[in-house]
Design a protein around this ligand. Structure first.
Ligand code: RIB
Length: 309
């Protein structure tokens, strides 16, 4: 079977995960039960997820010249990810995500640090990497200028681009027109379109973005699964009922699995359905990267829910 070649252009963060019984209210101090430092960052999480599924995975990104940076590079090495295109910026601090975890759900604040130092000229150093890719997978935790430049370059080589618009920000139409697959969750879709995508404007919000030029939109709906539009018809792919331990990285696992299946030329419904299984498994374990399943685990899960893979 073909081995997908996935190039992830994006962030690497040290996740500082604080666990407590509930989220604090604004202005309140509460006692937590645990604090852990673990590798994360949407880009690195997606790279780890793709590699665990069996893809040849290359990461383009930046870390600071500190011990966190070294730990994040080691996490890539441990997962067999080619990280020769991750630069070390001695004058910067590695990106940090402060993650507050309560009852399996989270809220996150990211300080980008060295992720902001990944510049268009760095992308130019890796033309060969981009040309060899089946899919370019990119998010928004690096500078928007670099995202636009990288997507433009990938399209100039005729590559398929998957953009995970997280964290969400308003995006130029010029970028949207070049994106083959975009994967906003409901709140990101709302921010991108100004529609009430978390309420009853989901379908019209998806249509709005497609009208602005995105070829395909797949919206993740948390426990409710995901939705995508095909021939002006909204298709819903249900989620799976699983014991949720930590939703951090669920979207990342979904994106990586989607990219993996698209690289194998699966049709969109099959690709989304595969991604739904991968993300269902990812939330059953603690930690963004630790929860990314192997292909073997996905096969076992598919057999247990009597689904296709
Ligand atoms: O998507 C989850 C990730 O978001 C975390 O690992 C954190 O680093 C933030 O980037």
């Amino acid at each position: 079977m073909k081995v997908p070649n996935i190039v992830v252009i994006g962030s690497l963060n040290m996740d500082i995960v604080i666990e407590a019984d509930r989220q604090p209210k604004l202005g309140e101090t509460i006692l937590g039960s645990k604090a852990q430092f673990i590798p994360g960052g949407k880009g690195a999480n997606q790279a780890v997820a793709a590699a665990r599924l069996g893809a040849k995975t290359t990461m383009i990104g930046a870390v600071g010249g500190d011990s966190f940076g070294q730990e994040l590079l080691k996490a890539l090495d441990d997962n067999g990810i080619d990280r020769h295109a991750v630069k070390i910026v001695d004058s910067s601090s590695t990106g940090i995500a402060s993650i507050f975890l309560a009852s399996g759900d989270n809220s996150i604040v990211v300080v980008q640090g060295a992720n902001q130092d990944l510049l268009p000229k760095d992308i130019d150093l890796y033309d060969d990497v981009i040309q060899a890719a089946d899919i370019i997978l990119i998010q928004l935790e690096i500078s928007l200028e670099t995202v636009c430049y990288a997507v433009n370059k990938a399209k100039s080589y005729g590559k398929t681009v998957v953009l995970n618009p997280a964290p969400a920000q308003v995006l130029p139409d010029e970028l949207l027109r070049q994106v083959d697959y975009m994967t906003p969750n409901r709140s990101e879709l709302g921010l991108l379109t100004g529609r009430d995508a978390e309420g009853d404007e989901l379908e019209i919000a998806i249509q709005d973005l497609m009208d602005r030029g995105v070829a395909n939109i797949i919206t993740t709906l948390g426990a409710d699964g995901s939705a995508f539009m095909d021939h002006h018809k909204l298709h819903m792919i249900p989620g799976y009922k699983v014991p949720v331990m930590d939703t951090t990285g669920a979207g990342d696992s979904f994106n990586a699995a989607l990219a993996y299946s698209l690289a194998l030329d699966l049709d969109l419904e099959k690709a989304v359905s595969f991604a739904a299984k991968v993300s269902a498994l990812a939330v059953t374990k603690f930690g963004a990267q630790a929860g990314m399943p192997t292909m073997e685990a996905v096969h076992q899960f598919a057999a247990s829910v009597k689904g296709d893979i």
